[in-house]
Design a protein around this ligand. Sequence first.
Ligand SMILES: Cc1cc2nc3c(=O)[nH]c(=O)nc-3n(C[C@H](O)[C@H](O)[C@H](O)COP(=O)(O)OP(=O)(O)OC[C@H]3O[C@@H](n4cnc5c(N)ncnc54)[C@H](O)[C@@H]3O)c2cc1C
Length: 391
Amino acid sequence: MTHDVVVVGAGPAGLAFAAALAGSGLRIAVIERQPASVLADPPMDGREIALTHRSIRALQELGAWPLIDAEAIAPLREARVLNGGSPFALSFGSGDAERLGQLVPNHLIRRALFRVVADLPEIEVLAGQSVASIDGAIGNGAQGVSVSLEDGNRLEARLLVGADSRFSFVREQLGIGAEVNRLGRSMLVCRVAHEGDHQGIATEWFDHGQTMAMLPLNGRRSSAVLTLASAEIAQLAALDAEALGAELTRRYESRLGRMQAIGSPHVYPLATTYAHHFAARRAALIGDAAVGMHPVTAHGFNLGLASACSLGKLVAQAALQGGDIGGGMLLRRYEAAHRLATRPIYTATNLIVGLYTAEHPAARAARHAGLRAAARLPLVSRSVSRLLMQR
Ligand SMILES: Cc1cc2nc3c(=O)[nH]c(=O)nc-3n(C[C@H](O)[C@H](O)[C@H](O)COP(=O)(O)OP(=O)(O)OC[C@H]3O[C@@H](n4cnc5c(N)ncnc54)[C@H](O)[C@@H]3O)c2cc1C
């Protein structure tokens, strides 16, 4: 074997998994198609990640949290869901003491995790490399798996981990199917400066024909996230900064006063995915390759990090006890735990998105009634807050 573990994808999930194996004595290769210079200093990609308390703890344990510039971290005190013109708002979180979590730019999380991994001698990052094929099990007892790279090199390892995002090539090569929902809509994300004070409150507004979220950053700044049909988003993304700011102000009905675009917009086509299995012979899927969440509940990376840590812990334990790090039992345990952690929230998120973006009158009436009922049931909002905060 050239390595013990081969990870495909140096996104936040792949890097967190590799970092979780520090000190296990395993030799790890991480294959990433982007060049090393981009991994070391990733450009801003518009994503502001709402991290739960559990994820913050995980990043602390991996040594990545102190490497994130404290001034770039913004507290998330409360989240509100608004429906059309209805005055009923569903509110989660309760002010300062019970912060929902922290908002951190995605590129800074990636940079911090890469710095952790780059300092670990047992991890070799093969940047600027893509996987050409997964060549299946090797050895009489299928002790390992072989991976061919596009430059012609071949790696062999006892465990292969696919962390190569929601349209995972590794998943496809392993013959694992997935639920794939292409929603025909796209998200435009753009930082804005505004006149009003957001008070640390994130707002998700399901308006007729559009969904608009405002995520509070430090100072009078927010990340505006607008979801529309993909063709409309493409037109907005082509506007100059002044016209885009005016359009976002108009669409948000000046709730935060005049808004000015302070960065380039980024566009993400919306698709959700859920792999039929998270494990195959000597292989596992983590991060978006396993579960590609709808961004509306801000759980994609939180769940991806949980998958990286949970598989990392099982593999590190097996290594330290001299067990089989890619054995069927271990992989089935990982799969069962991650399915339990993700299936309910994945299904609930898709149902909510379906209900809140449907435009027929019955759906409008149902969500209006649903919000009114939920607003009167503190138990609902308390249990959702607990789920979001995951202390
Ligand atoms: C607008 C937006 C807002 C979001 N907000 C939140 C939020 O608030 N909270 C939250 O928890 N999540 C959020 N998410 C989701 C979060 O960004 C993702 O879940 C997370 O980035 C997934 O990490 P990953 O490592 O699995 O995949 P990725 O970040 O996609 O990384 C995959 C890596 O694999 C590499 N790769 C792919 N194929 C190959 C190959 N064949 N060979 C080599 N390398 C390969 C890619 O180059 C990439 O570096 C948001 C997403 C979006 C789009």
